[in-house]
Design a protein around this ligand. Structure first.
Ligand code: ATP
Length: 419
């Protein structure tokens, strides 16, 4: 009997803000492996890790893939290490690549480590100790920080997942304006949404599939299945050569970064949570256009923020009233503010206390402290100082989810169309 074993490969931290992209390097390596008769088992994985990690270039993503652990495995390792050595952006202080090989089963301990890499901070030393303890073969370039994400990218279980189709430019065009036919992107979105999503931000007239950085990516299309990516690829027209395409299996848009908090006090800085809270005060805007409000529960309170880049989401937030009960999703950043990504309205406070209306139809005014109300028009008086409950119209709906626009959304945030 032949027992099939796999060689898992993790690669991270090869790029810099000026160029390269670990997914591109992976795509390039996959092509080289193919040329040498080595094929991948399943799709390569693009795994997003802790959004607050300090040394991330952009979206804190690590890449992993799996091949058969056969007589070509050593050749594969050599190709991978050579390509990472040749193409990583070593000149950048913050580029510290790490490559990890692993040929065992993915254990519970490794899965736990991967979730820690999404929820917490891990040091290079910790990752190295852990990797060695489970039998990983670790390759550190410079400081080798990439091993932190590489081990996680190999180990993370994916119960919920999405795909991303990445199209790569030819090197001569790096840094130049991307020649994407925007009308064809809209057509693709109309044809394939909601199987594909995050293609266009209609509120901001912004084509979200196009990166803003000078990296090798021409465009990236995110989806729930591979079939819709085939249609998308055929529909999007570009006026420049495409060097290659690669489809990654990802944890993007799964809310994997969100931990359920039982109460507000349980939440810690640099963590991302789902929590239920009651609005304490009306939202207010500060310089720079950021909007803040406070929520509380029996354990304490926290200031929440909807920042300027979230654009119209702030308008939605401005409708909160004291007493509204919300299920909030977001992360606690540098300023210890709970930065809201989306929310669900649980209960709206639609009661306002107003002065009573007189029989003659005029709203009454106070007759003095504890002296009830009087009508200025007909002179009628009421002795009770009790204000009257009025049901008011609210622009938000109970049960409904509201989210930040595509342009301000985290890679890991689950959009409402996937909820
Ligand atoms: P890109 O998205 O363009 O690939 P990036 O934003 O993923 O870039 P990297 O260049 O990969 O950024 O750098 C992120 C670094 O942070 C990597 O070295 C990775 O190993 C490390 N890292 C990932 N998760 C954690 C974590 N939880 N704690 C500490 N370091 C982490």
């Amino acid at each position: 009997m032949v027992i099939i074993t796999y060689l898992y490969v993790g690669i991270d931290d090869t790029d810099s803000p000026d160029g390269m992209c670990t997914t591109y390097l992976a795509c390039h390596i996959i092509r080289k492996l193919k040329e040498n008769g080595i094929s991948l088992v399943d799709y390569p994985r693009l795994i997003r890790l802790n959004p607050f990690a300090r040394f991330k270039t952009r979206g804190n993503g690590g890449v992993a893939f799996k091949i058969f652990n056969d007589d070509k495995a050593d050749l594969a390792k050599q190709i991978i290490l050579d390509e990472v050595s040749a193409l990583s952006m070593f000149d950048c202080d913050n580029t510290n690549p790490g490559v990890v090989f692993y040929d065992g089963e993915i254990t519970e301990k490794m899965k736990e480590y991967a979730f820690r890499a999404i929820y917490e901070f891990i040091t290079i030393d910790e990752a190295e100790k852990f990797g060695k303890s489970v039998g990983c073969e670790l390759h550190k370039f410079k400081k080798g920080r990439g091993i932190i994400g590489s081990i996680a990218a190999i180990s993370l279980p994916l119960e919920d997942f999405t795909y991303e189709l990445l199209a790569y430019r030819i090197p001569e065009n790096y840094g130049t304006k991307r020649l994407i036919d925007y009308d064809s992107v809209i057509e693709m979105d109309k044809k394939t949404f909601p199987d594909t999503f995050e293609n266009v931000d209609y509120s901001e007239s912004y084509i979200a599939i196009e990166p803003k950085t000078p990296c090798p990516v021409l465009y990236g299309i995110r989806s729930n299945n591979v079939e819709s990516l085939d249609i998308a690829r055929e529909t999007v027209k570009v006026n420049e050569p495409i060097e290659d395409y690669c489809i990654f299996l990802t944890n993007q848009h799964t809310d994997m970064h969100i931990q359920k908090a039982d109460n507000i006090c349980e939440m810690k800085q640099f963590g991302c949570y789902e929590v239920i809270g009651t609005v304490k005060d009306s939202p207010h805007v500060i310089d720079g256009g950021h909007m803040f409000f406070t929520v509380f529960d029996e354990s304490g309170e926290i200031e929440c923020g909807a920042y300027e880049p979230t654009k119209d989401f702030r308008k939605t937030v401005s409708h909160f009233r004291e007493g509204d009960v919300l299920r909030l999703y977001g992360g606690i950043g540098e300023q210890n503010t709970f930065n809201i990504e989306k929310f669900q309205v649980i209960k709206l406070n639609d009661i306002e206390y107003r002065n009573p209306v007189c029989e003659c139809g005029k709203t009454m005014t106070s007759a003095g402290k504890n002296k009830g109300f009087k009508c200025k028009r007909c002179g009628s008086r009421i002795s009770s100082s009790q204000k009257v409950n009025f049901k008011i119209e609210r622009l938000l709906n109970e049960g409904q989810f509201y989210e930040t626009p595509v342009s301000a959304r985290r890679h890991l945030s689950k959009p409402i169309c996937r909820m």
